[in-house]
Design a protein around this ligand. Structure first.
Ligand code: KE4
Length: 437
């Protein structure tokens, strides 16, 4: 039993597990991104991860380029993370009372990201983004939030929104269950569109509480902001008293130890974090200017709370992960390995006459099957999703586990070796040949 019409490998145990899961869990998964809907198939069920590898329940091994959608930059079951979490587990897992571990991780985050003067931990990236929006509104006394089509910030009601009929109108919900009231104060603009941004601020700048974006986008596939766009974002938010919020849930500690903002030389007012700072455990965080963060209860009036916020085991995992990243920074090697992937994939697709774009920043990258440069959601949507699905399964069948959507970024892992990269390139050349028609 294969998992897709595009796969030639039998994976009967995953097929059976998926059938079973669908009886008790909606869609058989606990997050839709895992369902393989974007690649015309059903998901592999994983038995374990070790370093750069995932193992499925049919006994097959894969090089893991998704890394739990970003957190596993060090690879799975890293010894330092296993040691730190195991030790903490023996000392108790949750107290509902403060521990010094929370201050330890908070100080590491503040030390790593200059724009973050204070930080609050939560349990997911969604919670981080949701809390940052509430804080922006509470701190400024304004209601309007600006986001950009193609950027994802978790399943926050206010951000499950599509652009209104015209750029300056308010957003409309893009999911059942989200009332119009939740999105009426959300405006959706086009990423990298400086004119739209300037027009909105000219028309409504005094109403805008915050502007939230992925400073390097992973959620429409990898999309890079133009320097002009970033400069205008900072200028206009500053001039109109709105807060600039970088959602670095995916890019934080991924693109550099200080995240995308350190790499780009930017200084937002707030930052949302997640994924890597939890080292594979449920952690999110929002932080930024001290004057803004001091509006958060109990220091200030803006409410936010969470039973497992700052969970000791999750803090221990995050501390171990950031300690490793700081003492043995993998970023130059991750960039070099990913650059080799970029050059070899591009050369192979070009030689085969396959329309493609390859967007990359550091260890985050996407091979888009389109002849159009991908700079926003509209251009991202010009891709050939069927050709991507065929490529995805051709790579999977050769032991390379890529993100199961053309609209996601791949993540090179620090546990990967040069031999792994060569193996990946060989698999890509063969896979691209198989989809060249
Ligand atoms: P979580 O609530 O899933 O921890 O974080 C939401 C979130 C916020 N901001 C950014 C930039 C994100 O990428 C995410 C979550 N990323 C997706 C992958 N594109 C998680 C995968 C999933 O939803 O299962």
């Amino acid at each position: 039993m294969s998992l897709s019409k595009w796969s030639s490998v039998e994976r009967p145990n995953s097929a059976a597990a998926f059938a079973r899961a669908q009886c008790s869990i909606p869609g058989g998964v606990n997050s839709p991104a895992r369902a393989f809907g974007g690649v015309a198939g059903s998901p592999l069920f994983i038995s374990r991860g070790q370093g750069q590898y995932l193992f499925d329940i049919d006994g097959r091994r894969y090089l893991d380029f998704i890394g739990s959608w970003g957190p596993m930059i060090l690879g799975h079951a890293h010894p330092a993370v296993v040691k730190a979490t195991t030790e903490q587990i023996h000392n108790g897992t949750s107290f509902g009372a403060p521990t010094e571990l929370e201050s330890d991780l908070a100080e590491m985050v503040i030390d790593a990201v200059p724009s973050i003067e204070m930080v609050r931990f939560v349990s997911s990236g969604t919670e981080a983004a949701m809390s940052a929006i509430r804080l922006a509104r509470g701190h400024t006394g304004r209601n309007v939030i600006v986001k950009f089509a193609g950027c994802y910030h978790g399943h926050v009601d206010a951000l499950l929104v599509s652009a209104g009929s015209s750029a300056l109108t308010l957003g409309v919900p893009n999911s059942p269950g989200v009332p119009a009231g939740s999105t009426q104060d959300t405006v959706v603009l086009r990423y990298n569109d400086c004119q739209q941004l300037a027009d909105l601020f000219a028309a409504r700048g005094s109403e805008i509480a915050g502007v939230m974006l992925e400073p390097v986008v992973g959620n429409m596939g990898l999309v890079v902001p133009t320097p002009e766009f970033r400069k205008e974002l900072r200028r206009l938010t500053h001039d109109y008293g709105a807060l600039l919020i970088y959602d670095e849930v995916m890019t934080g500690f991924r693109l550099s130890y200080g995240g995308a903002q350190a790499l780009l030389g930017d200084k937002p007012d707030m930052t949302a974090l997640g994924k890597i700072i939890g080292g594979g455990y449920p952690v999110g965080a929002y932080g930024g200017r001290a004057d803004v963060m001091k509006s958060v209860m109990p220091a200030g009036p803006v409410f936010q709370a969470g039973t497992l916020s700052g969970n000791p085991v999750a803090m221990a995992a995050g501390i171990a992960t950031l300690t490793e990243l700081k003492s043995n920074p993998p970023y130059a090697r991750l960039d070099a390995m990913s650059a080799k992937i970029e050059s070899e994939f591009t050369a192979a697709a070009t030689a085969l006459g396959i329309p493609h774009q390859f967007n990359r920043v550091g260890s985050m990258w996407t091979l888009f099957f389109t002849g159009t440069p991908v700079v926003d959601l509209d251009t991202a949507k010009t891709v050939d999703t069927e050709r991507f699905a065929r490529f995805f399964w051709a790579m999977m069948d050769r032991g390379i586990y890529l993100p199961c959507s053309q609209y996601e970024a791949a993540f090179t892992c620090a546990a990967m070796t040069d031999a792994n990269i060569d193996e990946t390139i060989a698999a890509a050349k063969a896979s691209l040949e198989s989809v060249a028609d």
